[in-house]
Design a protein around this ligand. Structure first.
Ligand SMILES: [Zn+2]
Length: 287
């Protein structure tokens, strides 16, 4: 009996996919030597998913030797520039790649202030768009690969060949935004996106995730409008503790939090006992 269990465990390990999470951009919108937000999910050394495409993310994508051809989906957590501006660069690069399979690009719904994912794409690449010269990417028979926008209005799960995505709207001031949970076999990752978690949406996806990628844009003492947009370290730690997450990776680091790492760690450690680390561009974590 023991031998059978051991054999099964060995086989499971042998055949389990190699799952890695890479931070392409660990910064926010500032000029601070970091690319803005972007992440890659790697499975067996192929990049399968990109989440957010902030400025500099295409350069980091190249540096990581990722290929457009292996991506199964893309997500933009919201339409702020530091999360979305490189979408056009990636789409243009598509003409010079081998990729011809269409790509789902998933994002939030719109409101009075921000376009939905599908409106965003229309305003960029539609016939009246700023980049109308690339409007064929919205057609099925594009000379590049076609982009298929998908708007998320409520908690939604989508299953791709190698992973499952669950998205949920989160509070980020007046900006429609989503958080993303990724499940690959028994491994799981939650990306908070930008949010102050006012609606407690994150707890609905965080349960026992292996990696909680938490946007660390403000220090504990932040006041005013920034607290409408972002979580402080206590909020991050509280979610992690309640949801029994295994590791926290702090990213979307900004000048107001840089240099305060020790203070942040002390605040988090009082509430949460798991492992906490700080992301740099190209930080890659094996799950
Ligand atoms: Zn941001």
């Amino acid at each position: 009996m023991k031998k059978t269990i051991l054999l099964l465990l060995t086989l499971t390990t042998l055949f389990a996919a190699k799952v890695e999470f890479e931070v392409l951009g660990s910064g926010g919108p500032e000029i601070d030597g970091r690319a803005s937000t972007s992440y890659l999910l790697w499975i067996d050394d192929e990049a399968k998913l990109i989440v957010d495409m902030g400025s500099g993310s295409m350069l980091r994508f190249e540096q990581s030797h990722a290929k457009l051809e292996t991506l199964e989906a893309a997500v933009l957590t919201h339409m702020h520039i530091d999360h979305s501006v490189d979408l056009a660069s990636f789409m243009k690069a598509g003409y010079f790649s081998q990729r011809r399979a269409s790509l789902d690009v998933i994002g939030p719904e719109g409101n009075h202030y921000f376009p939905s994912m599908s409106e965003f794409v229309e305003r960029l690449f539609g016939s009246d768009g700023a980049y109308a010269y690339m409007q064929d990417i919205l057609e099925e028979d594009s000379d590049s690969f076609s982009l298929v926008p998908i708007d998320i209005e409520e908690k939604t799960t989508r299953v791709y060949k190698d992973f499952r995505l669950t998205m949920i709207p989160v509070h980020h001031g007046n900006v429609p935004a989503i958080a993303v949970r990724i499940d690959v076999d028994s491994k799981s990752i939650l990306i908070s996106g930008d949010t102050n978690n006012e609606n407690h949406s994150l707890e609905k996806l965080a349960t026992e995730v292996d990696l909680f990628v938490a946007h660390h844009a403000i220090p504990e003492e932040a006041k005013g409008y920034a607290t409408q947009l972002h979580m402080n370290p206590t909020e991050i730690a509280t979610i992690a503790q309640k949801s029994h997450v295994k590791n926290i990776l702090l990213t979307h680091r900004m000048k107001r939090t840089l240099g305060k790492e020790q203070e942040t760690l002390e605040i988090i450690k009082k509430i949460y006992k798991g492992k906490v680390s700080f992301a740099e561009d190209r930080t890659r974590v094996r799950l």
